[in-house]
Design a protein around this ligand. Structure first.
Ligand SMILES: C[S@@+](CC[C@H](N)C(=O)[O-])C[C@H]1O[C@@H](n2cnc3c(N)ncnc32)[C@H](O)[C@@H]1O
Length: 333
């Protein structure tokens, strides 16, 4: 993996925008970015590849707790120990595990990818091998020390970083072909917003894949689940399917690592799913999805209703057709 460190070429920062207003930013070479309100987001590394968008004054309780864990001096060792334990517990090779997960994104050369909650950047190299020199990789995390550690490992000119929150991403809408996250979203505080942000920055028909702890529902009543959950309460989490945006399509839910982690994959579409509500139903009830929803009127007496149904049967037509015909006639429509 070769590449020159980034300098202050504005093209290389085109993905970024103000995380609060989503407006464009003005590049101040070797200093940072100014937003429209005059706030400065600074570069915090010698190569001007890492931008700090975080204002700790706005931290939620979750952000404070996460910073305490991941920005602590011993965090690297503690987190490494956890990962080693996790992959040994489920008898998985970490590299193959990460590769298999990222393969689901079906990336190709030249694509733009965002990794949220990137940690030490363990997925960057795998993604880089797929998108290559012509692609673009952005990685973000709330923890400055995690991001700086990842940026030190990956100095390619098309890999950039931000210290930011996954619930207010400093990236332009519909910029990325794929957005990837593994292992943090359960504790991001506002999971719905974190998913909405992944959706916002992903192109229509792009791919979003995220996963975290959560035992599959068919295992919930087993001793296996009790052992797992007593080991780590987070494993009782449910996959947040109800928090997906209304335009999520090609949705897939799967489980990995002993069915103790959920993986949700979806594509943003450009609206609600297509549904033709004007297809006529055959049969006694008749009508369409449109008439059944928009055409409802006050009820009839039971006697009139039964007579109406009988008459529709006698005429071998639908109740809808009979009502439509009779009422039009009565109202001279
Ligand atoms: C369990 S680690 C996972 C790291 C990495 N994805 C991996 O697979 O090893 C969770 C990460 O989420 C980050 N994090 C916590 N809250 C965040 C937030 N609001 N926005 C972005 N990252 C956050 C933490 O700093 C930490 O690096």
């Amino acid at each position: 993996m070769k590449g020159k460190p980034l300098q202050d070429d504005s093209n290389l920062y085109r993905a970024f925008c103000c995380p609060d207003q989503l407006t464009s930013l003005e590049l101040k070479p070797k200093v940072g970015f100014l937003n429209k309100a005059g706030e400065l987001y600074k570069f915090i590394d010698p190569d001007y590849r890492v931008i700090d968008f975080v204002n700790t004054k706005n931290f939620t309780e979750f952000d404070k707790a996460n910073s305490k864990i991941y920005d602590a001096p011993a965090s690297a060792e503690v987190y490494r120990n956890f990962l080693d334990w996790l992959f040994a517990t489920f008898n998985e090779d970490e590299m193959s595990f990460r590769q298999n997960l990222i393969k689901k994104l079906r990336l190709s050369a030249g694509q733009k990818v965002l990794i949220t909650g990137c940690g030490f950047g363990d997925d960057i190299g795998i993604i880089y091998d797929m998108v290559g020199n012509s692609g673009e990789i952005h990685a973000q995390d709330l923890s400055k020390s995690m991001v700086l550690s990842a940026s030190n490992k990956f100095k390619q000119s098309n890999v950039r970083f931000s210290v930011s929150t996954a619930t207010a991403l400093p990236y332009k809408s519909r910029y990325f072909d794929a957005v990837f996250h593994f292992g943090g979203i359960n504790l991001f505080g506002n999971i719905k917003k974190a998913i909405a942000e992944m959706e916002r920055v992903c192109k229509v028909n792009g791919t979003i894949l995220f996963g975290d702890e959560g035992i599959a529902s068919h295992l919930r009543d087993t001793q296996y689940a009790e052992i797992a959950i007593s080991n780590n309460k987070l494993w009782a989490s449910q996959p947040p399917m109800e928090l997906l945006p209304y335009n999520a399509s090609k949705i897939e839910l799967s489980y990995i690592l002993g069915n103790c982690f959920y993986i949700i994959q979806f594509s943003p579409s450009d609206g609600l799913p297509a549904m033709n509500i004007d297809i006529l139903h055959k049969g006694l009830r008749g009508g369409t999805a449109r008439t059944r929803y928009f055409g409802q009127v006050e009820g009839l007496t039971l006697e009139t209703k039964q007579a109406l149904i009988q008459e529709a049967k006698n005429r071998n037509t639908s109740i809808h057709a009979l009502l439509e015909e009779s009422i039009k006639k009565m109202l001279s429509l």
